[in-house]
Design a protein around this ligand. Structure first.
Ligand code: BTN
Length: 267
């Protein structure tokens, strides 16, 4: 079946567990970027949970100004709108947890998170071989007083065709890892269920459950040799978990440093 068919089938059952997420959805065979479509829709008043899915993107974008390779029917290219302001500080971590949990739930693949929200397959000793399978990009629109809305976009590589040639060896796909076909609709539905659960928990109880889940999905966030680009060059240290704000803690020769944005490289 086509990706659109898989999604139609998966989203037509058990809608209650997804809450608002996917209560309305629109599919584009090809679009520039689903985040742009969702940003425009949010600006025009579309509600939280409205979902935009594309079979292909011609201008898919990733974090840190990178592009997101989005060839036809090879990946899930999805964006949704979040309006609850209380979620704003946590939406990036929440998106990563939701996508990782959704993949685990729908496929059984034991994916992990790499700070802040790369979803990776890990094999080998000490996290030596790590292939990125999915990524999350949250973009917010704020006024002087408050965040108006957030668009949460995620891309999941379903098939090998989704892998950018320049990331040979550093990116992977669900089907490549599992050696069998994957139902993209089931992965999307499970990710939306997890997103509903995680965001409801944050709203009701605060972020502590999210932070615990994130740590459980990210064994490499503790005790890994890492390096990152600081203002005065490359810095190194050993990862020491995340703090209550979601920053990565790194133990360095001059004490614990907090990394709040950007990315770290595992050595
Ligand atoms: C990352 O750099 O890891 C984040 C990648 C996010 C890609 C998704 S695909 C759907 C949505 N639309 C975009 O243009 N980007 C996000």
């Amino acid at each position: 079946m086509s990706l659109r068919g898989d999604i139609t089938r998966a989203l037509s059952v058990e809608a209650g567990r997804r809450g608002v997420f996917g209560s309305s959805w629109e599919y584009f065979d090809e679009i520039g970027s689903t985040n742009d479509v969702a940003l425009r829709a949010a600006e025009q008043g579309a509600p939280e949970g409205a979902l935009f899915v594309a079979g292909a993107q011609t201008a898919g974008r990733g974090r840190m100004g990178r592009s997101w390779h989005s060839p036809p029917e090879a990946g899930l290219y999805v964006s949704t709108i979040v309006r609850r302001g209380v979620l704003a500080p946590w939406i990036t971590l929440a998106g990563g947890v939701a996508v990782a949990e959704g993949i685990r739930e729908a496929t059984g693949l034991p994916v992990q998170l790499k700070w802040p929200n790369d979803v990776v397959a890990v094999t080998g000793h000490a996290f030596r071989s790590r292939r990125k399978l999915a990524g999350v990009l949250a973009e917010a629109s704020s006024s002087a007083e408050a965040i108006q809305y957030i668009v949460l976009g995620f891309g999941i590589n379903l098939r090998a065709a989704a892998l950018p040639p320049e990331l040979e060896g550093r990116a992977g796909s669900l089907e490549g890892e599992l050696g069998r076909q994957v139902d993209g609709g089931a992965v999307l539905a499970a990710a939306l269920e997890a997103l509903n659960r995680v965001t409801s928990d944050i709203e009701a109880f605060g972020p502590s459950q999210l932070l615990t889940e994130w740590m459980r999905l990210s064994p490499s966030a503790h005790g890994s040799d890492v390096e990152w680009d600081g203002p005065e060059g490359v810095r190194t240290g050993v990862s020491a978990g995340i703090d209550t704000q979601g920053a990565l803690r790194v133990s360095t020769s001059s004490g614990i440093e907090r990394i709040v944005s950007g990315e770290v490289r595992w050595k």
